[in-house]
Design a protein around this ligand. Structure first.
Ligand code: AMP
Length: 139
């Protein structure tokens, strides 16, 4: 995997405002915050996208995400927030090392804005699609 800005943060070549660290996970403040408290949570072992992350690394992140969210809520005083995780350039991923954004939503202007062009799920197509997904997950 190519080196990214986050690899350099992990190696200490680039500084960050560290929020949390354990053997598998690092969390730090986003340098371009959408709102105060915007925090990034990354696995120490690099993977480009979430689907490439090991079960172990994923579990390590899942274990601490709620705790970091609680800290962001407590310190910012903002009760509402978004979790964002982008995969691939079309999906707005700019740094190709898996990361979760925790983005406080203090009001309508600050924080994450989302376009949500919802379609309609067809019953038959949904049944077939869900069956395909179940089979793919079962491997
Ligand atoms: P994404 O578009 O999901 O790949 O988001 C990448 C995020 O990384 C952006 O929100 C950037 O502001 C953030 N970022 C880039 N470089 C740094 C850095 N050196 N320290 C902290 N955050 C960074």
């Amino acid at each position: 995997m190519a080196e990214t800005i986050f690899t350099k943060i992990l190696s200490g070549d680039i500084p960050c405002h560290k929020v949390y660290e354990d053997d598998h996970v690092l969390a730090f403040l986003d340098i371009g915050p959408l709102s105060e408290g915007h925090t990034l949570v990354i696995p120490k072992r690099p993977a480009e996208t979430l689907d490439q992350l090991s079960d172990e690394a994923s579990a390590a992140i899942g274990r601490v995400l709620p705790r970091i969210c609680r800290a962001v809520k407590k310190v910012t005083g903002v009760a509402q927030y978004n979790l964002l995780q982008n995969n691939g350039p079309l999906a707005h991923q700019a740094v190709f090392h898996v990361h979760f954004h925790i983005i406080p939503k203090p009001d309508a202007e600050q924080g994450l804005e989302v376009a949500w062009p919802a379609g309609k799920l067809d019953g038959e197509a949904g049944q077939a699609l869900a069956a395909d997904l179940r089979a793919a997950i079962a491997g």
